[in-house]
Ligand binder design. Structure first.
Ligand code: ADP
Ligand code: ADP
Length: 217
């Protein structure tokens, strides 16, 4: 069974803008797919519909489990420590305190932030904050991660480190990842498959399967 299946998904906003025009998509479990395309081609709309934040005008969407979304500007709670930020989804899900703090600590360690658990977001660099956000996204235990330019605000070197960490958690957890970026280099670095969307209207114009060995650090 595929992790994500879209059949003829069309989205027309109330303004009349046709953002997606008949998108058909199948993403296998464990696959890492990147969507690239110019600004306005419908990438965010697509993720919002897959996450159920927004509804398609027509067509059908099916996703295994409840996907987790991660954005470029990930709103960490400024008054909470890194550890409590990561534990937050588990707190909302009713996981007992001891267990959620233990898991949050392990998640922070998995993105190499085990020793800054008690720091607040403002005490961390942009790269560290996005790592905390990644750990918090993983805390939801969602089988499908939807990532909308999550590293777009980071410098190239920090982004490289985050790519390595995302790749290792993706492999270790067997996640399915749908990742939006306008950076083709980033897409080729991360994806099994790169899907190119055209700007007007939102359509898949080309798909590339990446079967060359990925760059290793
Ligand atoms: P991308 O993420 O690729 O930049 P978007 O999905 O944000 O593209 O936008 C696709 C198209 O839909 C654009 O023309 C954009 O202006 C329009 N759009 C996005 N969100 C809305 C909205 N809430 N209301 C009306 N039009 C929107
Ligand atoms: P950005 O999207 O921030 O421009 P890229 O991911 O495209 O970053 O590139 C990452 C880094 O690699 C940047 O510092 C960029 O200058 C450098 N770079 C990209 N392409 C080349 C290239 N062909 N030769 C040398 N340096 C490159």
């Amino acid at each position: 069974q595929d992790a994500v299946v879209l059949d003829g998904v069309t989205k027309r906003y109330a303004t009349g803008t046709l953002a997606l025009d008949g998108i058909d998509l199948r993403v296998a479990r464990g696959e890492f797919v990147c969507f690239v395309g110019a600004s306005g081609c419908g990438k965010s709309t697509l993720l919002n519909i897959i996450s159920n934040l927004d509804q398609a005008t027509s067509g059908s969407v099916s996703v295994v489990g409840h996907p987790a979304l991660m954005f470029q500007e990930h709103a960490l709670m400024p008054w909470l420590s890194a550890l409590d930020n990561v534990a937050l989804p588990m707190r909302l899900a009713g996981v007992p305190k001891g267990k959620r703090l233990e898991r949050a600590q392990a998640l922070l360690a998995s993105v190499h932030l085990g020793d800054i658990a008690d720091k607040r977001p403002h005490e961390l660099s942009g790269g560290m904050r996005q790592r905390v956000a990644l750990a918090r996204t993983l805390a939801t235990e969602a089988p499908v991660l939807l990532m909308d330019e999550p590293f777009g605000a980071l410098d190239a070197m920090t982004r490289d480190l985050l790519h390595d960490e995302l790749e290792s958690v993706w492999r270790a957890r067997g996640l399915t990842v749908l990742f939006v970026t306008h950076n083709v280099r980033e897409a080729v670095r991360l994806a099994d498959r790169v899907i190119l969307l055209s700007s007007r209207p939102g359509r898949v114009v080309q798909e590339y399967r990446i079967d060359v060995p990925r760059p290793r650090r």
